[in-house]
Design a protein around this ligand. Structure first.
Ligand code: ITT
Length: 202
């Protein structure tokens, strides 16, 4: 089958270079060209990642009118009733990893999940996919790589934090990698399907 995805370019609406570096190899493997586009992500106040992601994608599309993707993520800590969740960006800026570790002092149940919601607009398609990465909150910061809460998050089936991993290693587990892979695979399949349709047929 012809590699249809190769012909398509998708803008990644984000101001976060780390996210872009994580998504790049996944898109590349599927034959898509992803370009980072900062400055167009509207961040609404909502307690639902799906709503934040979809609204940001639709708003960006209103201005750019080009195929694009938005990814919104958050860290949900069980013992803190899902905090910081959809407020992760603000909480990272204000409390940071140290603040979260402080809130977790003396707490032995350290389960948490990273969740990601990708909205991909490629007319006539709008694809929304989720990715979840279960794990635990470490007792101290470890590692220099990555961004955000990476130094304190240990994914299930490993004992290193995300900040101790290469991008390829983090992508084997991460919420973002799972959501982006699913969304791009679905798009590729749909593009292949519509390219088989003969629009001039009577
Ligand atoms: P955008 O421009 O794409 O919005 P952002 O960094 O603000 O970039 P999000 O709103 O999706 O991204 O994420 C909220 C915060 O959650 C983010 O700032 C990090 O602190 C944290 N976070 C999300 N994904 C993460 C990951 O893979 N590793 C570590 N922290 C992450």
């Amino acid at each position: 089958m012809k590699d249809i995805a190769n012909q398509y370019e998708i803008l990644f609406i984000t101001g976060n270079k780390h996210k872009y570096s994580e998504v790049l190899p996944i898109a590349d493997r599927l034959g898509f060209r992803i370009l980072m586009k900062p400055g167009y992500k509207l961040e609404i106040q909502s307690n639902k990642l799906e709503e934040i992601s979809l609204t940001a994608a639709l708003e960006a599309y209103k201005y750019l009118k080009k195929p694009l993707m938005v990814e919104d993520a958050g860290l949900f800590i069980d013992a803190l009733n899902g905090f910081p969740g959809p407020y992760s960006s603000y909480v990272f800026k204000t409390l940071g990893c140290d603040g979260i570790l402080k809130l977790m002092t003396g707490i032995t149940t350290r389960n948490a999940v990273f969740r990601s919601v990708v909205t991909l607009i490629y007319p006539p398609f709008i694809i929304v996919e989720q990715g979840v990465c279960p794990g635990t909150i470490a007792s101290e910061k470890r590692g220099e790589r990555g961004f955000g809460f990476d130094p304190i998050f240990v994914p299930e089936r490993d004992n290193r934090t995300f900040a101790e991993m290469s991008i390829e290693e983090k992508n084997r587990y991460s919420h973002r990698a799972k959501a982006v892979r699913k969304a791009l695979q679905k798009l590729k399949k749909l593009l292949e399907q519509i390219s088989d349709i003969n629009l001039n047929a009577p």
